[in-house]
Design a protein around this ligand. Structure first.
Ligand SMILES: NC(=O)c1ccc[n+]([C@@H]2O[C@H](COP(=O)([O-])OP(=O)(O)OC[C@H]3O[C@@H](n4cnc5c(N)ncnc54)[C@H](O)[C@@H]3O)[C@@H](O)[C@H]2O)c1
Length: 342
């Protein structure tokens, strides 16, 4: 199979490329290398690397030539610095996806399209009120957060209990990046409907593992803690450390992509470990991997707009794609303490 992996030089794309090449697929990578200070050295020799941007029509035309499947990973990731980033996110993620789809349309591509989406499309996770059952959690109020009341509350005042979010939850993007991932999904499914290509969106939860980008405004929390520990500093855990996430290993995420490429299932699925942990737990697990570990500090600080608990149901990915994460939390975090970062 000839597969185009956009963003194939990146953290997740790189692992997908390695797994595809290892099983003998012919891989073409289109990557602008915008997220890289140095040319990537990890790509297998058999991979054809096209350095080009999703905004470059000629590069795209070349990239889609003769491919049977497309795995779309290229995107501007993370939360960015502030709203001033909006046009850059929209250019890379919304327009970039649109350009890729147009190039596929002009080639009458009807093969398999797998796109990287994210848990951020849900906004807050799923919650239950002991009194009112399933309820939506509205953005938390500054005065609650200032007073250290971090748990989202029901309109009746009761603290809510979190539950695993399923794919049929209402989409509620709460930052620019999240809005662009919702749009990426929508545009891709529209392409599927118009072209008869089969389209699948994978909503990754918190991905970690080797070659994760270092601490930048675009990095995930695991890499921020890891960078602090490496510099001999204590990881600074915001809120009370009890916010919940699902940390899923990058090799599992890559394997989920291969399963999705091999399947014709259409829809959006969570890609998660199914084993949620608190951010405080993650900081402690990571610190334990360092010999002269600095204990994490729980600071009580907060970022307005951060969500409190997002844990995922992994059931649909298991049923539809046969995907189950294989790397456990303790094992993955112990390795991540020593994995090379980008
Ligand atoms: N890392 C996570 O925890 C996570 C979670 C959910 C979803 N995702 C999604 O997974 C995908 C891969 O993310 P990642 O963590 O590997 O990030 P990454 O930055 O390591 O990889 C993205 C790659 O895309 C390339 N790229 C960016 N803009 C481009 C453009 N306009 N044209 C061509 N190439 C471009 C970058 O150079 C980079 O190599 C993204 O779509 C992201 O939204 C990641």
């Amino acid at each position: 199979m000839r597969v185009l992996v956009t963003g194939g030089a990146g953290f997740i794309g790189g692992q997908i490329v390695e797994q595809l090449a290892a099983r003998g697929d012919q891989v073409v990578v289109l990557d602008s290398l915008a997220a890289h200070e140095e040319p990537p050295e990890h790509l297998p020799d058999s991979v054809e690397l096209l350095v080009g941007d999703l905004g470059d029509e000629r590069a795209l035309r070349r990239a889609v030539e003769g491919v049977d499947a497309v795995c779309h990973q290229a995107a501007r990731v993370g939360l960015g610095v502030d709203f001033d980033d909006v046009s850059d996110y929209v250019a890379d993620n919304d327009l970039g996806t649109a350009n890729l789809l147009r190039a596929l349309w002009r080639r009458s591509f009807t093969g398999r399209l797998v796109v990287a989406s994210s848990m951020v499309v849900y906004g807050e996770g799923r919650y239950r009120c002991p009194e009112h059952g399933d309820v939506r959690a509205e953005p938390r109020r500054r005065d609650d957060l200032d007073a250290g009341r971090f748990e989202p509350r029901c309109g009746c005042g009761a603290d809510l209990e979190w539950a695993a979010v399923r794919e049929d939850a209402r989409l509620d993007p709460r930052n620019v990046y999240a809005a662009t991932k919702v749009h990426t999904e929508h545009l891709s499914f529209l392409y599927g409907r118009e072209s008869e290509a089969t389209v699948c969106a994978l909503r990754y939860h918190n991905v970690y593992g080797p070659r994760m980008p270092r601490d930048t405004p675009y990095a995930g929390v695991a890499s921020i803690f890891r960078s602090a520990l490496e510099a001999g500093k204590a990881p600074r855990v915001f809120e009370d450390g009890n916010q919940t996430r699902d940390f899923v290993h990058v090799r599992d995420v890559a394997r989920a992509n291969l399963l999705a490429l091999d399947s014709a299932w259409t829809g959006a699925a969570n890609i998660a470990s199914g084993e949620p942990h608190s951010v405080g737990d993650m900081a402690r697990a990571l610190a334990a991997g360092f010999t002269e570990a600095t204990e994490p500090v729980v600071t009580g600080e907060y970022r307005l707009g951060d969500v409190r608990h997002v844990a995922a149901s992994p059931d649909l990915a298991a049923e539809a794609l046969g995907f189950r994460a294989e790397t456990g939390f303790a094992e993955g975090m112990a390795d991540f303490a020593h994995d090379p970062l980008r």
